[in-house]
Design a binder for this molecule. Sequence first.
Ligand SMILES: CC(C)(COP(=O)(O)OP(=O)(O)OC[C@H]1O[C@@H](n2cnc3c(N)ncnc32)[C@H](O)[C@@H]1OP(=O)(O)O)[C@@H](O)C(=O)NCCC(=O)NCCS
Length: 160
Amino acid sequence: MNLRPGIPADVPRLVDLERASPTAAHWTERRYRQSIEPIREDQRRLVLVAEAAASASAGPDLLSGVVGFLVARHLGREWELENIVVAPAAQRKRIGRQMLEALLAAARESNSESVFLEVRESNAAARKLYESAGFQQAGRRKSYYTDPAEDAIVYRRSLP
Ligand SMILES: CC(C)(COP(=O)(O)OP(=O)(O)OC[C@H]1O[C@@H](n2cnc3c(N)ncnc32)[C@H](O)[C@@H]1OP(=O)(O)O)[C@@H](O)C(=O)NCCC(=O)NCCS
């Protein structure tokens, strides 16, 4: 599994992965493009894609090509994880964890104090991933999500 920065040519695949994932944050194609090519310096984002090497045993859309991505925003001395998605066929192979660790490393390198994120209360898989990576519950945003309405749990990971 190779992690690399996202490029404009990845955008259609990122949109496909996100659309196949009901619990992901849903963005327009334009927003993904602007995340990769920000029009203003203060809109700095990290877009990481996880790419599996093509192999004879991997069928189409299985473990080959881009199988996951992460988008995070740098805000002062904090980072916000805005979206993280792994294709269903590639889940539970530590790809999400690897991308999260890469974000934590980038945050440390930028001298930041913490990384935070919001997640649907019912998203047990994502919450487990965050907790296993050292994120701690820092708050709740009542009815933050719509369709369906649900509270957001805010997690924060302080950086040493
Ligand atoms: C959340 C998500 C990114 C996790 O990616 P992943 O690559 O499957 O996760 P990993 O394999 O790195 O899992 C790391 C740890 O997280 C926890 N975890 C991940 N998925 C889990 C699941 N379905 N059930 C329980 N625990 C889970 C486990 O502790 C796991 O470690 P283990 O496999 O050794 O037990 C993936 O499930 C996904 O894309 N979900 C849909 C999109 C989404 O909801 N994104 C979050 C929006 S806030």
